[in-house]
Design a protein around this ligand. Sequence first.
Ligand code: SF4
Length: 362
Amino acid sequence: MQPCASVDALPPSRPPDRCPGILRPHVAADGALVRLRVPGGQVPDGALRALSDAAIAYADGDVHLTSRGNLQLRGIGLDECGAVPAGLAEVVTAAGLLPSASHERVRNIVASPLTGLAGGLTDVRPLVRELDAGLCADPVLADLPGRFLFGLDDGRGDIAALRCDLTAVALDDGTARIVVGGLAGPTVRLTQVPETLLRRARRFVEIRESVWHVRQLPRAGAELGGTVSAPRPPVFTMPYGTIGDAVSVMVPLGILTPTMVAALPDSGVVVTPWRGLILPSGSNLVALRETGFETIPDSPWQRVTACTGAPGCSLAGGDTRALARRIVAGDTTDSRIHVAGCERACGAPHSPHRLVFARSTP
Ligand code: SF4
């Protein structure tokens, strides 16, 4: 038997970064969980199908979407070294979801999911690729926290409404405003955006000590060139149905079953930070709805979210997803509900909402 590989050492004063990756699984109540970064939500061709097959073979059978537009598998059995099965790591690598072992947990980039397809002031997809390549090429940036989030907003205000650490918001087809935590930064040419963000991220690594986010720095991001408070962006509501050259669908509770994945095209799939997918135009809305996707803009699933809850989380007081399904079936009139299994309220939206606790497993 091969000896177990050691996990990289942390500076003694820094609390451990528990953000999971395929090489650093998190052990939950229902087995191990791995998170796979998808910069800008742009899923490599064929990757979802490969991952769904792997979820059947090695995990709970489903592919889970996160609120940062990433993918997760849950319920994985680890080997005697605490690693995921070699076959699963091979599938993830072959699917193009692990281009850098050293940087896998820091490739956290959200971008306007409809960019280049419908609306927006510019197409930020080339910036996603350049930012990701620059991130992976810099050994210093492997020390970013796994929670650190880059945002690229094509000018429509969707990503600007999220709490990213460093955001570039397009002002037109040639320039962007940099937002540092909650502070306004400089205006730069779009071509300068990746290096401008990477430079600030490097500085954050140097000065962060034990903080996870730019907002937690002593001067709340002024250290990285932020000045006055950035204007608070309005709440963004994701559109659903056919939109320009794309189709936008909701994934209730962010759970992609094998049947749902089988109904998807092999290419052109984008994961949104609102637990949905953008698909190529021509996708059949009726067929998608039959497999479990929601496509109606005023669906209650637009307003109801839930944390993992029982049985996946050991802290949960009840089955949050079952309660969320009951709330949706009851046709709630609340404008926004988040179902949580405990006071931590993981995954709660940043917009105003009513918090409902699942107190016992049905
Ligand atoms: S809110 Fe509580 S129960 Fe829900 S996932 Fe977070 S820690 Fe677990």
